[in-house]
Write a protein that binds this ligand. Structure first.
Ligand code: NAD
Ligand code: UDP
Length: 329
């Protein structure tokens, strides 16, 4: 399904900008709305002159969102607007709750009035610190509702609840994806998530900051695989929620060792305190995506990290940084 008119909220962010690229590439018309709170114009400069791409700088929680988007008709509304990095959402807790609640409501209303399909970017964080491992979609999660992280977790849980309420009440055509840790080019080195922290630290020969013992696990998905999953879901006859992620699971110590190896860095590991409510294990059960969408990830962590390191060296990290195995200097 191509040639559609798509609103991408959060389209100047890491995932949103890759999504905009792919939509325009396949022949869709894209309006990207973003307040640039964690996104960057540099993520979408390649699209700015394109006849099928428009950028609107606006906050999706603002009451005049409809006015900012007046004159456009949408077949599909894709909601990716939200801080995603823990330091970012902890820095702006109320904004994070607002974008998941008020922002989601505004975008659902746009989808309803345009009779458009609505796509919600939810998260593995709805499972909290999971007591079931790996996590299937029918696991209800283990979230501390008043902990610091709840501003993100509960905001996304509320966004899912609101989206399903629109589906049941108005028959709105919805798709919900639960995204597991995704990394790749265009993540800012200052983003604060573990992959960019480790790569940035390794390239500067600084100690890699492992929080806690480093035995907690995550399962890292390369961005191209994640966007393939989005597009498979958006075109499928499946409401979701659907987990999209790479089920290969690593401890943070294993990730640190791999980053040190791939960057050829002389960095060592230092331990910092573990943030509160930090999930101890995370790994998606992707059976649903495999069977219903015919989707599975293709890029191994080692290969995806090489591409990410190369991109960061070329675009973001100063020239005095250490050489990498994949791009020796
Ligand atoms: P990101 O921070 O790079 O992108 C989020 C974008 O949303 C940014 O461009 C930001 O400026 C924009 N935004 C935030 N609040 C806004 C508002 N009120 N109005 C308009 N724009 C606003 O993060 P990302 O990694 O690209 O994440 C994109 C989406 O995917 C988020 O909803 C996030 O919760 C979800 N997600 C991402 C991951 C991941 O590993 N990358 C994992 C789970 C879920
Ligand atoms: N982490 C770490 N060092 C860092 C940043 C994060 O050890 O410099 C850990 C963090 O405590 C968590 C994991 O890495 O256990 C993934 O963190 P991230 O912020 O990337 O995403 P999360 O999955 O927690 O949302």
């Amino acid at each position: 399904m191509t040639g559609r008119s798509v609103l991408v909220a959060g389209g100047a962010g890491f995932l949103g900008s890759h999504l905009c690229d792919r939509l325009v590439e396949r022949g869709d018309r894209v309006v990207c709305v973003d307040d640039l709170s964690t996104g960057r114009i540099s993520n979408i400069t390649q699209l700015l002159g394109h006849p099928e791409f428009r950028f609107v700088e606006h906050d999706v929680t603002a009451t005049d969102l409809g006015i900012a988007l007046a004159g456009h008709r949408f077949d599909l509304v894709m909601h990716l607007a939200s801080p995603a990095s823990p330091p970012e959402y902890l820095r702006r807790p109320i904004d994070t709750l607002d974008v998941g609640s008020i922002g989601t409501r505004h975008l659902l209303e746009i989808a309803r009035t345009h009779d458009a399909r609505f796509f919600l970017a939810s998260t593995s964080e709805v499972y909290g610190d999971p007591l079931v491992h790996p996590q299937p979609e029918n696991y209800w999660g283990n979230v501390n509702p008043i902990g610091e992280r709840s501003v993100y977790d509960e905001s996304k849980r509320f966004a899912e609840a609101l989206t399903f309420a629109y589906h049941r009440t108005y028959g709105l055509d919805i798709r919900v994806v639960r995204i597991f840790n995704t990394y790749g080019p265009r993540m800012a080195p200052s983003d604060g998530r573990v992959v960019t922290n480790f790569v940035d630290q390794a390239l500067h020969d600084e100690p890699l900051t492992v929080y806690g013992e480093g035995t907690q696990t995550r399962s890292f998905c390369y961005v191209d695989d994640q966007i393939d999953g989005f597009l498979a879901l958006v075109d499928a006859d499946l409401v979701g929620p659907v987990n999209i992620g790479n089920p290969n699971e690593f401890t943070m110590l294993e990730l640190a060792d791999l980053v040190i190896e791939l960057t050829g860095s002389s960095s060592e590991v230092v331990h910092h305190p573990l943030p509160s409510d930090d999930p101890q294990l995370r790994r998606p059960d992707i059976s649903l995506a495999e069977t219903q969408l015919g989707w599975s990830p293709r890029v191994a962590l080692r290969d995806g990290l090489r591409r990410t390191i190369d991109w960061l060296v070329e675009h973001e990290i100063p020239a005095d940084a250490a050489p990498t195995e994949s791009s020796p200097r």
